[in-house]
Design a protein around this ligand. Structure first.
Ligand code: SAH
Length: 287
């Protein structure tokens, strides 16, 4: 079966009365080179893959042709009959009409007797980029690799280096769990309708162990949130004026033990330094 061309997409939209819904982040891919690139990067040949937001099925068809099984989670009920037409002929594709933010991905695999790790592929609805990625990473699902089309600016934040404006809580959130690669910059012209922003394909490969080992993971991310919540302030002030309830003495002491200048800003620190600081704050805090 052929991949979906622009003319086919228009026919389907007419037939099923589909008007792309901006609120649902519906920007359908029409460029086969990009689709094939995403599928190659996803490395799903012979394996199990989840697709988030299959839309009209452009990417789903390509995945079905190489993967062992594709489970596609689509929120918009109106698209389900379209998907039946475009991917229904592939016995290895299953469509689930649900909100990907609420889906227990491991649970779905287990119900189907699949124990192997799986990959996730999506031309993501941009309005849920950060929550969906954090849901996938924080839940500890049995995921190997994630390949996403996202907004260019969000991709820049994922790969940012310390000391840059893009470096922040998202950078550390994704890098803690995965190794992030910027795969390609994508212009609006490969979508129908065209989004108002540039896009990028990123690849996230799950680390066997988190980037840093800390005493208390939840506390680490509270420290990150506090430090980047007031990112122009010094460490001393941002941590003091946070929900962590730390005294200036405790913060100064933890900085000293971590060999970090309390007058620095969190955006200047590497993940390793922040982890060290968090461990000393936890220790000091518990004393
Ligand atoms: N993969 C298709 C469509 C991408 S557009 C393509 O590349 O052409 C994003 C898709 O995500 C839309 O189909 C939209 O309906 C769907 N979507 C939006 N929010 C969702 C959610 N919370 N869970 C699952 N799918 C969602």
């Amino acid at each position: 079966m052929d991949l979906i061309s622009l003319s086919k997409l228009k026919l389907l939209m007419n037939k099923y009365d589909i008007k792309p819904n901006k609120k649902m982040g519906q920007n359908f891919l029409i460029d086969n080179n990009i689709i094939q690139k995403i599928i190659r990067e996803a490395g799903v040949a012979g394996g199990y893959v989840f697709e988030i937001g299959p839309g009209m099925g452009s990417l789903t068809i390509g995945l079905a042709q190489v993967a062992k099984k594709v489970i596609a989670v689509e929120l918009d009920k109106k698209l389900i009959p379209v998907l039946k037409e475009t991917v229904g002929a592939y016995p290895n594709v299953e469509i689930i009409n649900d909100d990907a933010l609420k889906v227990d991905f491991d649970g779905i695999m287990k119900q189907r007797g699949i124990e192997e790790p799986y990959n996730i592929v999506a031309n993501l609805p941009y309005y849920i980029t950060t929550p969906i990625i954090m849901h996938l990473l924080e839940s500890g699902f049995n995921i190997d690799k994630l390949v996403f089309m996202i907004q260019k600016e969000v991709a820049a934040r994922m790969v940012a280096k310390p000391g840059t404006k893009d470096y922040g809580a998202l950078t550390l959130g994704v890098q803690y769990y995965t190794q992030v690669f910027h795969v390609a910059k994508i212009p609006p012209t490969v979508f129908v309708p065209r989004p108002e922003v540039d896009s990028a394909v990123v690849k996230l490969i799950r680390r066997p162990e988190p980037l840093v080992v800390v005493k208390n993971e939840e506390f680490l991310f509270k420290v990150v949130k506090a430090g980047f919540g007031k990112r122009r302030k010094t460490l001393l002030n941002s941590l003091f004026n946070s929900e962590l309830n730390l005294t200036k003495e405790l913060i100064t002491e933890a900085c000293l033990l971590s060999q970090i200048d309390p007058q620095k800003r969190m955006e200047q620190l590497s993940m390793e330094e922040i982890a060290k600081l968090a461990d000393h704050l936890v220790k000091v805090d518990l004393n």
